[in-house]
Design a protein around this ligand. Structure first.
Ligand code: MN
Ligand code: MN
Length: 463
């Protein structure tokens, strides 16, 4: 075995370098990318909207539905994959970046509308891991679709434009909260069933029937605007999400704050990176998954088997036999990034972090060698052979990364789509920018990490 010699005066310590110390002339590109990202975050707040936005971009870049060498595949309007064929056959290698485009939110219930005490409300059922107290007393917008029985689809986005009304969940005033909230555990102080959106306070004029007049008024207005009736809510996907635009954060504008960065940050950056890669050595496959936040269940999620269809499609296009042997050849030679966010160290809560091992804001793309929780339970862990290859590729192109864990061993943990890709035999590792306030209505990312993630994706797709 050949040993690498220590250079004269070389420090053996791992260097931790801040992105802003090395960016130099790239700073301009970083700012352009971040402004574009802010617009994206501000306008795209659901999985359907993510698919819609991306399709438009892909089409204007010459991608065609099930096209080849550049094509895309949409499933149920919520799962999206797109690819660019490489010089090598797909059986020799495939570069996959998979992120998820669903985000925690409040779904309207099946029969959401009711009135009480001369006010109309929408009942909700939260989706994904939220801290319920985050969602009260803030402006919320309504995003989604209603599908009518004749098949027509009504798209609704209400509460984003200047002058449009928003919805909100009212919280109890501190003066009266002493017993009902203040003495309770944080997780119990706000009850899921009470996350009801204030939707109206004007009675419908009706001399004969004074019942449900506030509810009727809301229905009349919805009918005028969207042509829907109360029964249509059962076939609606309407989500309450934080209203308003993403913003720069900090006096020095170092951060970006906004809703849904977990994980649309990686969807956006993988799209941007892939469009800038021309004639890759190995076929690039970018995947946007749905329903990651609730355990990747369902036919638009990572646990479904739609990915297999795409692999067979690529084999077919290369005139290779579409048999299981070739399928597994592709999978075993595939390299994948499970692109998802991780927790950045918050010095205010240092007690849950391992300062030596967790990700620091501004120090580049975070590489979580393993996920899971205490005892590495449910963990997807990357093999070090693959990890070393990846980091070597990034070193060559001066990508700043930090190999890290998420939190102290016994504090908790999390999972991503990585394990559902690993089942096929491919190499996969979790990577992405660290966030502060993850899963809150206003998540925070560092611009330096955003830029390094974009750069890291580009290098990976070309490698
Ligand atoms: Mn995520
Ligand atoms: Mn998440």
């Amino acid at each position: 075995m050949k040993k690498e010699k220590r250079k004269k005066g070389e420090s053996l310590l791992l260097k931790k370098v801040h992105t802003y110390e090395v960016l130099g002339r790239e700073k301009k590109k970083l700012e352009e990318l971040c402004q574009e990202y802010i617009d994206f975050l501000s306008n795209v707040k659901t999985e359907r909207e993510s698919v819609e936005f991306t399709l438009e971009v892909l089409k204007s870049n010459g991608y065609q539905e099930m096209g080849y060498p550049k094509g895309y595949f949409v499933y149920k309007n919520k799962f999206l994959a797109f690819w660019q064929a490489g010089k090598h056959p797909v059986t020799e290698g495939l570069r996959i970046i998979a992120s998820h485009i669903d985000t925690p939110r409040l779904d309207l219930k099946l029969h959401p509308l009711y009135e009480d005490t001369s006010m109309a409300f929408f009942k909700t059922h939260y989706y994904g891991g939220i801290k319920k107290y985050h969602w009260v007393a803030i402006p919320l917008a309504l995003h989604g679709v209603v599908v009518k029985k004749d098949g027509t689809k009504v798209k609704i986005v209400l509460g984003e434009k200047e002058g449009e009304p928003v919805l909100t969940i009212c919280d109890l005033l501190p003066h009266l909260a002493r017993k009902v909230q203040s003495t309770k555990k944080l997780s119990e102080a706000i009850v899921g069933e009470k996350l009801c959106l204030l939707a109206g306070g004007t009675p419908e004029k009706n001399k004969d029937n004074k019942e449900d007049v506030f509810k009727k008024r809301v229905l009349s207005l919805l009918n005028e605007a969207y042509g829907i009736r109360e029964e249509d809510f059962t076939c609606a996907e309407l989500f309450a999400v934080p209203a308003g635009r993403a913003r720069e954060v900090g006096i020095d504008r170092a951060f970006i704050g906004g809703y849904g960065q977990d994980d649309r940050i990686n969807a956006f950056l993988s799209l941007k990176a892939s469009l800038e890669v021309c004639e890759p050595a190995y076929t690039n496959l970018i995947i946007f998954m749905d329903r990651e936040e609730i355990g990747s269940e369902g036919n638009t999620a990572a646990k479904s088997r739609i990915l297999e269809k795409l692999i067979y499609f690529l084999l077919e296009k290369e005139s290779v036999d579409t048999n299981p042997v070739n399928f597994f050849k592709v999978m075993e030679n595939a390299k994948a990034l499970s692109a998802d966010v991780t927790a950045g160290i918050d010095p205010n809560y240092i007690e849950v972090h391992d300062k030596l091992n967790d990700a620091r804001m501004g120090y580049g793309i975070a590489v979580s060698r393993y996920t899971g929780h205490g005892g590495k339970y449910m963990a997807s862990e990357a093999h070090v052979e693959f990890l070393a290859w990846l980091l070597g590729e990034w070193d060559k192109e001066k990508v700043l990364y930090q190999v890290c864990s998420m939190g102290k061993v016994d504090e908790g943990g999390g999972g991503t789509v990585a394990k559902y890709l690993a089942v096929y035999g491919m190499d996969v590792v979790d990577v992405g920018p660290p966030l502060l306030s993850m899963h809150s209505p206003f998540e925070v990312a560092h611009k330096g990490d955003i830029y390094m993630t974009y750069k890291a994706f580009k290098v990976f797709l070309k490698a």
